[in-house]
Design a protein around this ligand. Structure first.
Ligand code: PLP
Length: 388
């Protein structure tokens, strides 16, 4: 009775963990959640005010499917300012969240049976979206010589076999790794040579630490513009997860069809959220940088605490707000998998973390440091106890 296309979808591990954590919390347990992919800061006041103003001014109706011109123009200006390339208004579409950008891009480009490279570990939704579109996910690990490294040569063999799309998430969820400029140039060159598209998911673009900068593809190699789809979001940078505003820059022909699909499915993103997003871009002062500084401080605290646990091996993330340590040695002889450990940690010590199985790499754990310092310290202390 249920259609095959939805039966193919696996439930989200991260969401089921959150549900379990909530259930334990509702029963009165002191649950610490380090599993959510969501900033713990409120949406900045100036953005909330803009959303309220839009409602008061009755900007509460349908907008153009691809978004209001003010928001498209503000995004085009911001991209030019930050990444040195100016898109045309026909090359942008705004969505209800960037997850929908990825969904539409996959449905617009991938034919049944076409191969899509997903660097592994990956964000949980990529494989499901690609399978839903009928494509074949090709998982290519980028764990090399004891660290995560988005190096072009790790992917070349699979690229040469023929692919339609390469999903690049920089900085990465869950590893926080960015691709170095020279590697990105090699990938862009390959997209022309071997005829595939690159879907660049840059939803954590603003969250970069230690002076790392975002490698801007169109400044580095503008020739590959016809092969590039850029997916961006307001969710993480501006702490606006619930407002649902994401966007795509892509060649006009691709945007045209994404627009058609969006027009028959969700239509425009919420009108008041679009106006709030215009203000987020135009009136930003120090809010985003303040959040980034705080994430970096917490990252450093967590790294130090984790490094003190025997058998836990950390790598320093360049961006996003996750740590992804390898805990294989620490689990040896105690737990048979990271999934089993994560379950036990939640049920007996009330700390929720996401096991590496969810991201295609068992043996690792994802810890989100979008949580208070107090909770991070307590959560890691409980993890340490559980591993003793
Ligand atoms: C890598 C990555 N891409 C895309 C998204 C989707 O974000 P949103 O739909 O809120 O813009 C997320 C959210 O967690 C993410 O981690």
């Amino acid at each position: 009775m249920i259609a095959q296309r939805v039966k193919l979808l696996n439930p989200s591990v991260t969401l089921s963990l959150s549900e379990k954590a909530k259930e334990l919390k509702d029963r009165g347990n002191d649950v610490i959640s380090l599993s959510v992919g969501e900033p713990d800061f409120p949406t900045p006041l100036y953005i909330k005010e803009a959303g309220k103003r839009a409602i008061d001014e009755n900007k509460t109706k349908y907008t153009p499917v691809a978004g209001i011109p003010e928001l498209k123009n503000a995004l085009i200006d911001a991209y030019e300012r930050e990444q040195g390339y100016r898109f045309d208004p026909k090359e942008i579409i705004v969505h209800p969240g960037s997850k929908y950008s990825i969904f539409l891009a996959a449905l617009t480009l991938v034919e049944p049976g076409e191969r899509v490279i997903i660097p592994t570990p990956y964000w949980v939704s990529y494989p499901e979206i690609i399978r839903f579109a009928g494509g074949e996910p090709v998982f290519v690990p980028y764990w090399d010589k004891g660290s995560f490294d988005l190096r072009y040569d790790l992917f070349e063999e699979e690229i040469k076999k023929g692919v339609k799309l390469f999903i690049l998430n920089v900085p990465s969820n869950p590893t926080g790794v960015i691709m170095q400029e020279k590697e990105l140039v090699k990938l862009l060159e390959a997209s022309l040579k071997y005829n595939f598209y690159i879907l660049l998911d840059e939803c954590y673009r603003r969250m970069l630490y230690d002076g790392h900068t975002f490698p801007s593809p169109l400044k580095l190699f503008p020739e590959a513009k016809s092969r590039l789809i850029v997916s961006g979001s307001f969710s993480k940078s501006y702490s606006m997860t619930g407002w649902r505003v994401g966007f795509t820059f892509a060649p006009a022909e691709i945007v045209k069809y994404m627009n058609r699909l969006q027009g028959h499915s969700t239509s425009n993103p919420p009108s008041m959220a679009q106006y709030a997003a215009v203000t987020a871009l135009k009136e930003e002062k120090e809010e985003v940088n303040d959040m980034v500084r705080e994430y970096q401080r917490r990252r450093d605290i967590c790294l130090q605490l984790l490094d003190e646990i025997p058998g836990v091996e950390t790598t320093k993330p360049h961006g996003a707000f996750y740590l992804y340590p390898c805990v294989e040695k620490a689990l040896k002889g105690k737990y048979s998998s990271t999934e089993e450990f994560a379950k036990a940690l939640l049920e007996t010590r009330f700390v929720s973390l996401v096991p590496g199985e969810a991201f295609g790499t068992p043996g690792f754990l994802r810890i989100s440091y979008a949580a208070s310092e107090k909770n991070l310290r307590e959560g890691i202390a409980r993890m340490r106890e559980a591993l003793r």
